[in-house]
Design a protein around this ligand. Structure first.
Ligand SMILES: Nc1nc2c(c(=O)[nH]1)N[C@H]1C(S)=C(S)[C@@H](COP(=O)(O)OP(=O)(O)OC[C@H]3O[C@@H](n4cnc5c(=O)[nH]c(N)nc54)[C@H](O)[C@@H]3O)O[C@H]1N2
Ligand SMILES: Nc1nc2c(c(=O)[nH]1)N[C@H]1C(S)=C(S)[C@@H](COP(=O)(O)OP(=O)(O)OC[C@H]3O[C@@H](n4cnc5c(=O)[nH]c(N)nc54)[C@H](O)[C@@H]3O)O[C@H]1N2
Ligand code: SF4
Ligand SMILES: [Mo]
Length: 740
């Protein structure tokens, strides 16, 4: 326990009028904190000592990030004037324009003309409300979140292996494990408080063994007993090689596997030729390091693995992440203290978008392809089941932007994301959003690269300015209460969407207004009703319980009133055909498996072991673009910097982008630290200063946070066939000295 706190200079604790319960909203760790309020302003934060996630600790973004919320805020809506300029107006006029266009398009073109692209940073109440508006009110399948760029693969991998989304493990496993594996996860920069929890073990008595899979020598890699600095885009070969080692060396819990899994024989066949030598060659690593890593996994009593963007933002993302599940299943390492997988989240509320169904899933981890699941929702919402789109898979973000580009989506509402910086191949995204073919509404708190392309901009209330709940990466739900009023005409996303729905006049079959709730707490109660009987069951959860306890892990039911630490403790999985969230996909092609095929697998509550051969990544280096460009994060900046770029402590630590280059590459190109280079791909060029680091030779890294020199000018439009998550971590690039 250690209580970190930061108050604005000139403010001390005695001057604080009240402390308001919340949790940090700057990453998926979800650290519990209280917001200090003085004179109706947020003046600081303090970690919550009693919180199960962070025990009082906060990282740099949590401590300082809130300050960015009081700068440069949008206080009034913006609309286009006769000359096409964005000008201020009042909320009634702006919403009037949104509703007029929406109604006109629904009449002329129907629900398929509408798309919604949201976030992993709103509240559960808001996602669920939008899901009802979009699925029951409008009836459009075109609804996804930036979670597609973020944790779509976490969800997909859990669905393919275990039957539904839902994190098996718990942060408490850090205290119990004797080996930690981090797959493509730079936790030291991206969840600093989680890393601190790992460091407590690593620096304490009886430390766990640590293995890190990352092309860069990150702080995690530097601490690891085994670092596998693989070539970007080769994760599948690596995990197949690890699986093969477990099988060959006999590090398999055969009784557990026989009782609780299906697919062992096919798995063994698929990985058979992934010998250490061959894997080492594909991945560019030392075969001895691969076998050493396998030995750590194979001989540990309790392994905790985490998986994140180094695995998820790649061309065979789901297959690679499923490979990690395979390792745990083979050793029966799930559902007991210390043995678990954390298919991580990144954004603070990504989990909620997935649960609530505003992201290309149906609420409550229901299966769009299962008529009984759709009927449950129709009953809950009192609408015709045919209104709820389920004739094809929900539209994923990459396809949604294609429809916007083509003009079949003519009305797009973007909330809580800045795609003009965060999507791949920005020239294309900007053209699609800026074109005449689509009416674009953006809800944000600041002017951003994306608001500048919008037809209507709606100012929103930020964290601390509204009440709602969110769920972190280990299923911990926190309540975040309103501490102050939002500025000017800014409104919560919940209020904006309810206002839109009321003006549109959406109704249920019996004529009740849809959605029928008004307040966040009512929305939450309705949401928990929708979870009854599903893996994310929260029927036992209330705002009062969340006020009494600092963080509760779902499922929370009448039987499990205090929440649930681990899933699958009995080795029973969610793979029953009638219960699962998806019938699954072919991991190589993404082709969907249908209900009959799924039934024929007879998984029936057992987890699925599955693997495919590795394939060459699209856009791999060639003669013209010989380097491997990867992108990612730096510790003090959050995404497109709308908050962290406005905070002196954070901005000053990393005010501008750079490119990391290996010493050998720098020497070969005659470059030294801070020299300017041009980093080019077929899609664009950035001028950046060089940092010479321990990154693998031939690989270069660019942080993606900076809108003025955005890494996504360079990235390409390709995605994993199962999760549809774009490959943001690899494309061929060239580096030229910039001597001008
Ligand atoms: N400071 C900070 N923290 C954040 C965020 C932030 O913007 N800033 N964002 C939050 C969000 S939304 C997310 S999703 C998480 C992301 O958290 P992380 O996934 O930890 O962050 P990234 O830097 O995107 O990527 C992780 C690592 O993947 C490695 N990598 C690249 N290519 C490959 C590959 O082919 N294989 C393997 N094995 N590794 C590869 C990179 O070298 C990098 O170190 O962070 C969250 N926390
Ligand atoms: N090349 C490359 N690209 C990437 C990644 C990468 O590693 N490499 N990572 C991807 C990942 S994992 C992620 S998560 C995305 C992140 O990408 P984005 O989601 O586009 O990034 P943010 O800057 O977090 O954008 C959130 C926006 O919502 C606004 N906002 C904040 N709170 C609220 C709110 O309560 N309501 C509303 N309406 N708006 C709010 C903020 O001001 C901001 O403009 O980037 C992805 N893009
Ligand atoms: S680790 Fe994540 S949730 Fe915790 S303080 Fe840092 S940014 Fe906030
Ligand atoms: Mo993310």
């Amino acid at each position: 326990m250690r209580v970190d706190s930061y108050l604005r200079p000139g403010v001390d604790e005695a001057m604080v009028d009240r402390w308001v319960r919340s949790a940090c909203v700057l990453c998926s760790n979800g650290c519990g904190l209280d917001i200090a309020v003085a004179d109706d302003e947020i003046v600081g934060v303090r970690g919550r000592a009693d919180d199960r996630v962070n025990r009082g600790r906060l990282g740099p973004k949590g401590l300082y990030g809130w300050q960015g919320q009081s700068r440069d805020r949008l206080t009034r809506p913006l609309v286009r004037d006769g000359d096409g300029r964005l000008v201020e107006t009042d909320l009634d006029t702006a919403m009037g324009q949104v509703v007029a266009r929406s109604r006109q398009l629904l009449n002329s073109h129907g629900g398929l003309s509408h798309g919604f692209y949201t976030s992993g940073q709103l509240m559960a109440e808001e996602y669920y409300t939008l899901a009802v508006i979009g699925k029951a009110g409008i009836g459009t399948p075109h609804m996804d979140g930036n979670t597609r760029l973020c944790t779509a693969t976490a969800a997909a991998a859990m669905k393919e292996s275990f039957g539904t989304d839902g994190q098996p493990g718990s942060y408490a496993d850090i205290e119990h494990c004797d080996a930690l594996f981090l797959f493509g996860h730079n936790v030291a920069e991206t969840q600093t408080v989680l890393w601190a929890r790992m460091l407590d073990r690593l620096d304490g008595p009886d430390p766990p063994r640590l293995v890190c899979v990352d092309p860069r020598r990150t702080a995690v890699a530097a601490r690891a007993e085994v670092h596998l600095p693989l070539r970007p885009g080769t994760n599948v070969a690596l995990v197949n090689g690890l699986v093969r080692e477990l099988l060959v060396r006999g590090w398999v819990d055969h009784d557990w596997v026989a009782a609780h899994t299906v697919g062992l024989e096919e798995l063994a066949r698929t990985v058979d030729d992934y010998t250490p030598q061959r894997v080492a060659q594909i991945c560019g690593i030392d075969p001895a390091d691969l076998t050493a890593a396998a030995e750590v996994f194979g001989t540990a009593q309790a392994v905790l693995s985490t998986v994140l963007q180094g695995f998820y933002q790649s061309h065979q993302a789901t297959a690679a992440a499923v490979g990690v599940n395979n390792l745990h299943l083979l050793r029966g390492m799930l559902g007991r203290p210390g043995a678990g997988v954390l298919q991580m989240n990144g954004q603070p509320t990504a989990q909620n978008n997935r649960e609530c169904g505003a992201d290309g899933d149906l609420p409550g981890f229901r299966n769009w392809d299962n008529d009984a699941h759709v009927a449950e929702l129709a009953e809950l919402w009192d609408v015709d089941p045919l209104t709820i789109p389920h004739w094809s898979p929900p539209t994923h973000a990459m396809q949604l932007f294609r429809y916007v580009e083509q003009g079949s989506i003519r009305f797009l509402w973007i909330a809580g994301t800045n795609p003009a910086v965060s999507m791949p191949e920005l020239a294309r995204i900007r053209a699609a959003l800026g074109g005449e073919q689509c009416f674009v509404v953006v809800s944000d708190a600041y002017r951003t690269e994306t608001t500048e392309l919008a037809d209507v901009v709606l100012p929103v209330a930020l964290w601390g300015e509204r009440t709602g709940t969110f769920t972190n990466a280990d299923r911990t739900v926190h309540l975040s209460e309103q501490a102050i009023d939002p500025p000017g005409e800014a409104r919560s996303d919940l209020k904006l969407w309810l206002d839109y729905a009321r003006r549109m006049g959406f109704r249920s079959r019996s004529g009740q207004r849809l959605p029928w709730w008004d307040t966040p707490e009512e929305a939450f109660t309705e949401w928990t009703r929708a979870t009854a009987g599903r893996p994310c069951d929260q029927t036992g959860l209330t705002y009062d319980l969340l006020r009494a306890r600092s963080g509760v892990q779902w499922p929370v039911t009448a039987e499990a009133t205090a929440g649930t630490e681990r899933l699958y403790t009995e080795g029973r999985f969610n793979t029953d055909t009638d219960y699962c969230e998806t019938y699954g996909h072919d991991l190589l092609t993404g082709a969907t498996i249908n209900r009959e095929q799924h039934r024929a697998l007879r998984a029936d509550g057992r987890a699925r072991l599955r693997a495919v051969a590795d394939t060459a990544p699209p856009g791999a280096p060639d003669d013209d673009y010989p380097m491997r460009l990867i992108t990612g994060r730096t510790v003090t900046q959050f995404h497109t910097r709308t908050k962290t770029g406005r905070v002196n402590q954070l901005d000053a630590a990393a005010p501008a982008p750079w490119v990391e280059l290996a010493t050998a590459d720098a020497t070969r190109l005659g470059l030294a630290e801070a020299d300017l280079v041009r980093v080019s791909t077929p899609r664009g060029t950035l001028r950046l200063p060089v940092r010479v680091t321990d990154i693998g030779e031939g690989t270069v890294f660019v942080p993606f946070h900076y809108g003025d020199r955005a890494a996504n000018e360079l990235t390409m439009t390709v995605w994993d066939p199962v999760s549809k998550q774009p490959q943001l971590k690899l494309c061929g690039a060239r580096i030229d000295p910039d001597r001008e």
